[in-house]
Design a protein around this ligand. Structure first.
Ligand SMILES: [Zn+2]
Ligand SMILES: [Zn+2]
Length: 279
């Protein structure tokens, strides 16, 4: 029998100093735990806001509903590249629904969209067509583009280049997975790099080198929960509270005081997600 007083998620060792941070990319719907408990644990860790990400229509709708319900939850809407072939037959209706959902003021980005050449759940040509449709929706709605890029760096950068110039703070690479050279390409283009818990993994030296190269004001921290749990809890389910570990790891790599790095993250978050203007 489970103990009702037991924490729902592993609490971090130490809360972040003020002004704290936020989880730029999470999937509370996939975590499957009560949202109140997940958010309470996050707040206790100094994580005051959570961006819940849509991967298909049900999870996009779920994100928009939770954002309406909880002041600290924000939403994104999209069809994940791996899910594109499943909805390709009803493309026009699906895009119309995404456009409607995107109009909600607490939808802060269009994503996750992009290219996934690691899995072959959807043909690459179908993924690329949907990526372009999402880019057009982001541009038409004035929302930030949140990219999923797995083993597809060159094609993602080339397609983004077709739509250049991009407004400042309007493109995020979620779970950034490039090396130092890609980080400097992204920095030159003004793209944001959102680092997940895998930046703390022992074998992630190229990713840490990328974080060293990335300008602090173009860095975000995320969990991608329930996946990619940072050290020292690697192997357990992830949750937004754990963003705190990734924030500390990034601050150390950038040789910044944690509180100063949190202030930079908060300024970047306000610019890229515009949540201070959300009602
Ligand atoms: Zn992703
Ligand atoms: Zn994700």
């Amino acid at each position: 029998m489970s103990n009702p007083n037991e924490p729902l998620v592993t609490p971090p060792d130490e809360s972040l100093p003020a002004p704290g941070a936020f989880d730029a990319h999470t999937h509370m719907d996939i975590m499957g735990l009560p949202v109140d408990g997940v958010l309470a644990a996050a707040r206790a860790a100094g994580i005051g806001r959570v961006v819940n990400v849509g991967c298909d229509l049900p999870s996009s709708r779920w994100s928009v509903s939770r954002a309406a319900e909880y002041p600290d939850v924000y939403a994104t809407v999209a069809i994940h590249p791996n899910e594109t072939s499943a909805v390709d037959a009803s493309r026009d209706e699906v895009l119309a629904t995404l456009t409607e959902l995107a109009a909600s003021p607490k939808v802060v980005a269009i994503g996750e969209t992009g290219l996934d050449y690691y899995r072959d759940w959807s043909p690459r040509e179908v993924q690329r067509r949907w990526f372009r449709a999402h880019i057009e929706l982001a541009r038409a709605s004035g929302k930030t583009l949140m990219i999923h890029d797995r083993d597809a760096h060159q094609d993602v950068l080339a397609i983004l280049g077709d739509y250049a110039p991009w407004p400042a703070y309007s493109v995020i690479f979620h779970c950034f997975s490039g090396d130092a050279s890609m980080a400097s390409q992204c920095a030159d283009a003004g793209y944001l790099m959102s680092f997940a818990g895998n930046v703390t993994f022992k074998n992630a030296e190229p990713l840490r080198e990328a974080a060293v190269v990335a300008p602090p004001e173009l860095i975000l921290a995320e969990t991608d929960a329930p996946y990619l749990t940072p050290v020292p809890h690697r192997g357990k389910p992830n949750s937004p509270a754990m963003t705190a570990y990734t924030v500390r790891a990034l601050a150390a790599l950038k040789r910044l005081e944690v509180a100063d790095f949190c202030a930079t993250l908060q300024a970047t978050g306000a610019r890229v997600f515009g949540w201070l203007g959300c009602s």
